[in-house]
Design a binder for this molecule. Sequence first.
Ligand SMILES: Nc1ncnc2c1ncn2[C@@H]1O[C@H](COP(=O)(O)OP(=O)(O)OP(=O)(O)O)[C@@H](O)[C@H]1O
Ligand SMILES: [Mg+2]
Length: 500
Amino acid sequence: MVTEVMTFAIDGLEPQAVTVEADLRRGLPCFTIVGLADRAVAESRERVRAALVNCGFEFPMRRLTVNLAPAHLRKAGPGLDLAIACAILAASGQIPTDHLARTALFGELSLSGELRACRGALAVAEGAQRAGIEALVVPASCASEARLVEPIRVGALARLSGLGAVLAGASDPSEAAATSPASSERAYVPDLADVRGHRGALEALTVAAAGGHNLLLNGPPGTGKTMLARRLPSILPPLSRAEALEVTRIQSIAGLALGGRLADRRPFRAPHHTVSAAGLVGGGTVPTPGEATLAHRGVLFLDELSEFDRRALEALRQPLEDGEVTIVRGQKIARFPTRFSLIAATNPCLCGRGGRACRCSEPELARHRQRLSGPLLDRIDLVVGVERPSSAALVAEPLTTSKQVAERVSAARELQLARAGCANAQLVARDLLAAVNCGEAAAKALARAYDSGGLSARGRDRALRVARTVADLAREEEIGPHAVAQALGYRHENERLGGR
Ligand SMILES: Nc1ncnc2c1ncn2[C@@H]1O[C@H](COP(=O)(O)OP(=O)(O)OP(=O)(O)O)[C@@H](O)[C@H]1O
Ligand SMILES: [Mg+2]
């Protein structure tokens, strides 16, 4: 007798439907799994066998073949255990099969039959909903995560012995014990009130947060660049529900547990400068997402930009431009989303002093400029100098607090969403000048800057988007000349560093 059970395997970041077929027939007792399974799935044989027996079921002493379809899809991870166990129980008549056609199962088994939390429960629930499945059975510890997807019915299972009851729609009596209460506490994020001085850098940080622009902080050591960047999460605009689901799905698949809660903050990723190109944009024989994807909808912070491997930085160009990265491995193509704002910090030169105090030789200065990678710099909209704050500024009251800035940022972002449905940095329009409502005087100022040769066509568009954000922060409908001047000022700093 052949029975079929639905489950899902995570392929990159996408849930793919997998049908587990179990066939029992007379013959010498054996248990084979076929269907392009990876090592973790192949090992599931031993886990399933032990779990069935330890939960009081009988392991059929016949010839048992389990097929995972479609055969062309490589199945990875231990999440198929539960569906395999269920297919065997149904094929051997130990559980009723009435509900199986409308139910999917997902979860890892321990040898004793307990269900273990698995990465990607949210993605599986989304896949199940898209496939029109009515109910999904997952480990109790993943149930709150899967329930974030409505309206699918989620059955929480703590132990394999409760499978029959959960399939019939009853709740597993041990569920309450296994579900950890979702914490509503938000992790502490440092506040901008700690920063003294830096009016210009604070404004640039506000513009970057409001419009989702890329920002480079450039200044001597110990002036507060890292300090400023680390305070960015406290002012980023809130996530919409769709964005929060996207962020939670990525974090869940990457194993960055959120305890079953929906992400309530934009991600902030700060990889060390020794990160490889694959670590930054994703890679590996089975393509896995990198830091750029973990920062999707949030911020990728590269501290000490000039220390990063040049190849790793070059690899960021496509994801920065397209908002996604394509990784090709053999016959497999994986696409990972990478819509983040890039925030970077660097010293002005190798000795770090910059300006007249700089002791670097010409070749050293040239090397530093080269390391910053021109094409990457061209994709950075805002460059600000972070100079030493004066002694008076260091003991003065802070210029602002995160709460005040966050309110301005969030209001400006709402204007953008109402106008174009996206942040200004992502604006794509055939006629950008009209789309951003640029005034006549402002357009002339921009044309002058372009004609003087200091601006590439991409640089012009980027400056225009920044000017739109400056105007949004000032609640101005039309972009005025001062907004363009501020945006061009940020570009001017960029050119001094070697961008175009
Ligand atoms: N503007 C400032 N206001 C208040 N504290 C500051 C300021 N600038 C620096 N500090 C203090 O100095 C410390 C070091 O600053 P930070 O690490 O941000 O410097 P940096 O510019 O990143 O230096 P580097 O180039 O060496 O990385 C901060 O943790 C803070 O205590
Ligand atoms: Mg620093």
